[in-house]
Design a binder for this molecule. Sequence first.
Ligand code: SF4
Ligand code: SF4
Length: 334
Amino acid sequence: MNAAAAKNNDIVIPISLEWFITESCNLNCRYCSKDKPKYSEKDYSRGLSVIKKEKPKHIWIGGGEPLLVESLGAIIEEARASTGAKIALSTNMTMPDRAIDVMDNIDDLIISLDTADRDLSMEYRCVDPFQIAENIEKVTAAAKKKDKSINVTVNSVVYRKTLENDGIAELNDMLGRVSGDIYHILCPMFPKTHPESILSDEVYLERFRGLVDDLKKKGRKVIMNYPVGDGGNVPRAGGYRCYRRYFRLRMIENDCFSPCPGADAGNPFCHEPCNCAAFVDDILFAKNPEAVKCSPVAGRFTQDDIGKIERFVRERINPDLPGSVYRHLLRYGN
Ligand code: SF4
Ligand code: SF4
């Protein structure tokens, strides 16, 4: 680990490890924060040794565009074999054949696609949404043929222009036609201060909530994803109380670090809230035991791990939460 990680002794147990395996990307989205240098293959053995040492329960691999990494298939295979972790791959799905090549060791495929409005999609990301939908269909068909179970999620960044027409609802229809099993995550653009973010404008936020309600009423698999502060409000400039960073490691190329960029060590308030590893909140707060039961890390913890999580929650979050809510996380038989 680098100096930032060495200073941080706060990780309780690395439930989630996020590996930004490359900054390179074949797209150039208008809102992207990456540097996007030209891709060249690296030696990823240092990153793999961090994974083997930390043994996270869930590994998210993203970028940049991770499918540009030529050795990705071998890396994922080794990461999975050495940890038993669930593996999620985040991709722009412009290279379906590469996705098919590496799918054997992937549990979750997370695909970025914002809207079915072709002009808007071309303007912001230079991708044709209909082509991406075809690519998703190709990959899901290949998985079916192999009898490989893979959860497909489409992640839409929601910004003001996407709420000014029916592009998101049309995208949701389009995904439903590809497969009834695709989850559609709607994630407002961060940070809140970005001029195109809907989070700083109550009119857009109301429109967003209405859209999600409409899609849910139609029985669609749609998830509204943003961290909510006290009282269910979108976090304000004053900070958002977050405990996820005590359970989350981030790795950029081969450099592993935590804490998160938006928080100082020892302070649970974050000024740059993100949605990353949001499923960890379900475990920490356990407001809904069903969410713990369905967590991507259910069945992956030892009794010792659960003890550490329980102690942390009892001391810092909720002294009264019964430990029984964590039973679904326990790995039986070892
Ligand atoms: S697909 Fe992702 S990494 Fe690539 S340019 Fe777009 S936002 Fe950036
Ligand atoms: S909300 Fe802030 S502290 Fe929490 S995981 Fe995101 S960046 Fe880290």
